[in-house]
Unconditional design. Sequence first.
Lengths: 288, 385
Amino acid sequence: MGQLVVNGLALGSIYALVALGLLMIFNTVQIVNFAQGQLLMLGAFIGITGAVTHELPISLAWLATILAMALIGVMFMLLVYFPLRGRPPFLVVLTTIAMGIVLENLALIIWGPLPVSLPSPVRGAPLRFAGVVVSMHQVAIFGTLAVILLLQFLLLTKTRFGILMQATAQDLHTARLVGIAVNRTIAVAFALGAVLSGIAGLLVAPLFLAEPTMGGSLGLKGFVVSVIGGFGNLSGAVIGGMFLGLIETFGARYISSDFRDAYAFIVMVAFLTAWPRGLLGEKASEKV
Amino acid sequence: MWRNNNFHGGLAAACLLAALSSEAWADAANCPAQIALGLTTALTGNLALLGTQARNGVEFAVDDINAAGGIAGKKLQLSTEDTGASSTDALNAMNRIIEGKPLVIFGSMISPHVFAQTESATKSETPFLVGATNAKVTAQGSKWLFRSHVHDGQLATLIPEYLVKTLHKTKPGIMAVADDYGLGASKGIQAALATLNVLPVAVTSYAPSDKDMSAQLLEIKDKGADSLILFGRPADVTLVMKQMGDLGIKVTTIGNSSLVAQTTLNNLSAAEADGGLAIGGMIPQTSTDAKILDWTKRVQEKYKVPADNFTVSYYDTVYLLKSIIEKVGCDKGAIRDALAATRDWKGLLISYQADSAGDLAHTLGIYRNKGKTPELIGSIKEAGY
């Protein structure tokens, strides 16, 4: 039982990391980026290229990945968001789905179909207590999630830039009229959203290997988690992630492993129907 | 005098050989200048790792044959269509290939795709050579379909037998990928265990996109399994074996060739891989034959992907086709008849023999990982072969 809880929470933390990247963009431009999972995949492969192919120290590979992902985030905005700005949101959302497919196939061409492992940034014997094993990498995932949640919260609520982002999200035209550099704000939001996905990719690859199609399922789970937590709410995303991780793990153990993926979507539909605001957020049906 | 007789004897033998040889090539000489072959396989999507092995095997053989002068001087021309991961796309890919009027079509190892394509291939009256492992693939009643890889029906019988009779394990847990391939095998394994009076302590599965299999592994552990029968693809089998190591689960693990595939072992530590057993299509890495090892190295160098059991079987299939075209020429019906009459045709690692259903492969390898190195324990033949 204890092991299931630990593994469920570790899995949920990964979903929460994906959701935090998703929300960084959503909280600025009100667009759900369905290519967030593929950005995660890119982060994993860029990390592998640095740490495995070019044998860089893992810290340097992480740094290079974070910088590359920031750049990719800005390019993503220029290619996907800017050309369709002002058009119906569903067009942008559809384009993010298309871009996800493009990124997946691009990764297949560049890195090939082989699954590859990335070394963990932390080493050491796993922690053991009462028959429960917690690997150091799982500890690193919990720690990274906590730090990112805190930093993101501080950025959005305690910094001038965070307030600019919120203003941009609430009314883009008014924000521009009052002198906010809207384009720069949006660019930073996309860059940070991609960086968060990249970090999630760097943490996922040592656990689950990296392969070009890894992002599809994780991206969707990130979306589900956001709905459960309450779309737009950072703490809700983390709680939603943990909740979903536990539901999947316990469902697979005690109900049936055949429907593990289905649990996520059953829970999402249940929330949208009975509790559309999610655990801590606004009404999801208005947001999506 | 003796020397003279010997000379004449040799000359006669040479003439006979030349005559036989030219007779053998006489039909092939009537083939078009470019012999068109078609291939549909998954090159994108989440089945790309599997699908590229078919492409690598066929393409490598075609390149080798063309580099050696082709078939009776006629070059092979391969057209490839990507099926992606969808059966609908697989059918569309097949229809595009058929429009090119190929002499022979190679299908992939992905059974749902082959099921979707068989009717079109059959209607076009073109030999359809596949590696798809669902036992029912050759039971569709198509006289044009042949399979050059061992199938799940064979594995589902042999793995439980080996586990119970040789390894003396009587409390197995089963874990399989939840798709046509894995679930079909899981059912077959449960039926085979039942005939051995063994009931699995847990039967679990995971979705092809699943990354965390710890819940299933903990169930198997909690229910006291003394062994694990694992059926999956290299990527997910790697995760299962890694997670077994993380959770400290140490039971005899036996499954399909994915357990000993190089693509699996590359991502495991020696401790995680050690002791894993597999029964399945023959893999080239364990061969002691220098030619096979050189072939394996050349495939790796060209495609940056290690050759596996599928690469071998697709490569063999093209050479089998070459030997048939040399005998019967480029008539589709004659090629089909010759495929159906295949007897003891020697491929890279095994001999092929057609049965009445169209299955050509009946020999499987038994492997065990010593650290990260797979070792061939022995080969095993399907009953009757």
